[in-house]
Design a protein around this ligand. Structure first.
Ligand code: HEC
Ligand code: HEC
Length: 184
């Protein structure tokens, strides 16, 4: 009984645990999500602490055909992780392995899916620039204002078919409003 922690102690221990968890997450997350992490926040959301990133610097991109050619390698990496997360795949879904080095050759166009992805990137830009920008819906949050890869893909490389649920024909339970016409 004597050794039971008093409520302040518990609160203290909890806050210690909480901050340790935050610390662990802060430093472990970039490693855990290095290859195929979840979609990253919108571009430009937070790039305030580049020094804390343990990654090897990516080389400057040399074969961009739809993304801006002068994009910062860090920004490109964020976008790529977003694609991987939105489609539920790893980088090698779109990027071919170099047979000599056995490493991914990101500039190579050998994989068909990279070409498909280019078409999709252009499609998404057109949808957003030419159509979504015309929807003036006061109820929409900023994140509702544009289509992303995840809007359609939702974690699948092939978007899943959506079937509207069949119209319900069985009669509602007894006593529910409109269950039976009232006796005349
Ligand atoms: C859904 C397909 C897809 C996935 C998944 C993907 N990429 Fe890409 N990546 C592309 C496309 C498409 C381009 C070329 C974009 C363009 O032409 O503007 C590209 C370009 C790149 C480039 C620039 C190469 C160069 O020199 O031109 C790098 C680096 C890159 N990706 C890294 C990654 C990394 C790292 C991952 C995994 C986190 C990844 N990609 C996942 C489709 C993908
Ligand atoms: C408007 C809905 C929509 C959006 C937005 C969208 N896609 Fe797609 N995507 C599709 C559909 C539908 C298919 C299947 C087309 C087919 O196979 O003929 C597809 C297929 C693909 C494929 C080929 C998959 C496979 O298994 O071969 C890739 C790669 C792809 N999308 C990447 C992307 C990327 C990257 C983005 C974001 C830049 C994106 N898509 C945004 C609807 C979408």
């Amino acid at each position: 009984m004597l050794s039971t922690p008093v409520p302040q102690d518990i609160a203290y221990m909890r806050s210690r645990l909480f901050f340790s968890a935050i610390l662990v997450l802060t430093f472990a997350a970039p490693c855990l999500f290095g290859q195929d992490g979840p979609p990253q926040p919108a571009p430009g959301a937070d790039q305030s602490a580049p020094a804390a990133r343990p990654h090897r610097p990516l080389p400057k991109p040399v074969n961009l055909k739809v993304l801006p050619k002068d994009i910062a390698p860090e920004e490109l990496r964020k976008i790529m992780r977003g694609y991987a997360g939105s489609l539920g795949v790893k980088c090698n879904f779109c990027h071919a392995v170099n047979p000599q080095t056995h490493k991914l050759d990101f500039a190579s166009d050998a994989k068909e899916d990279k070409g498909f992805a280019r078409t999709m990137i252009a499609m998404k830009q057109t949808i957003n620039d030419q159509y979504m920008s015309k929807i003036d819906d006061p109820d929409a949050m900023p994140a509702d204002k544009h289509v992303t890869c995840g809007t359609c893909h939702r974690g699948h490389s092939m978007p899943q078919h959506f079937m509207p649920p069949p119209e319900e024909h069985h009669s509602p339970p007894q006593g529910a409003p409109g269950a039976q016409p009232p006796p005349q």
